[in-house]
Design a protein around this ligand. Structure first.
Ligand SMILES: [Zn+2]
Ligand SMILES: [Zn+2]
Ligand SMILES: [Zn+2]
Length: 119
C-alpha cells in the first residue's frame, strides 16, 4: 500500500529499473529517471502474493482479475485528500507540493500509468 493509492491491489514492476511500485507516482518520487512504459506489464497481487503478466495491447475485462485468486485489481484509485499545502516553510517543498497539486487536477495515479497502450 502506498500513500497515493490507498487501495492498491497490486504492485507493478517498472520495466526501467526492475523495481516494484504500487503506482507511477511512487516511481517518480523515489527514482531520478523517467518511468519507462511497457506493453507487457508484470504485477504482483497483494492478496495472494503471486506474480502475473498482462499484455496491455490486448487487454480485456477478464484481465482485470488476478489469474490466481480472482482478486479484482483494477479499481478506481482512492487518493488521499488532504496531503497538500500543510507545512509551508521550505520553498523547495512548497514548489513540489504545487506540482503535485497541479498534477492531481487532471491526473489520478493509476496502474495504467505504466502502460503504453492508454493515454
Ligand atoms: Zn524506473
Ligand atoms: Zn504511490
Ligand atoms: Zn491474486
Amino acid at each position: 500500500m502506498c500513500k497515493h493509492v490507498l487501495n492498491a491491489q497490486v504492485s507493478i514492476r517498472a520495466p526501467c529499473c526492475k523495481q516494484w511500485f504500487d503506482c507511477a507516482e511512487c516511481h517518480e518520487e523515489t527514482q531520478d529517471h523517467r518511468l519507462k512504459r511497457t506493453m507487457e506489464m508484470v504485477f504482483i497481487c497483494k492478496k495472494c502474493k503471486k506474480a502475473f503478466r498482462k499484455d496491455m495491447s490486448n487487454y480485456e475485462e477478464s484481465d482485470e482479475y488476478c489469474p490466481h485468486c480472482d482478486n479484482h485489481y483494477v479499481i478506481e484509485a482512492k487518493t488521499p485528500q488532504a496531503v497538500v499545502g500543510v507545512e509551508g516553510d521550505d520553498a523547495r517543498i512548497d514548489s513540489r507540493m504545487l506540482k503535485d497539486e497541479r498534477m492531481r487536477v487532471d491526473h489520478r495515479p493509476s496502474l495504467f500509468d505504466f502502460s503504453d497502450s492508454l493515454g
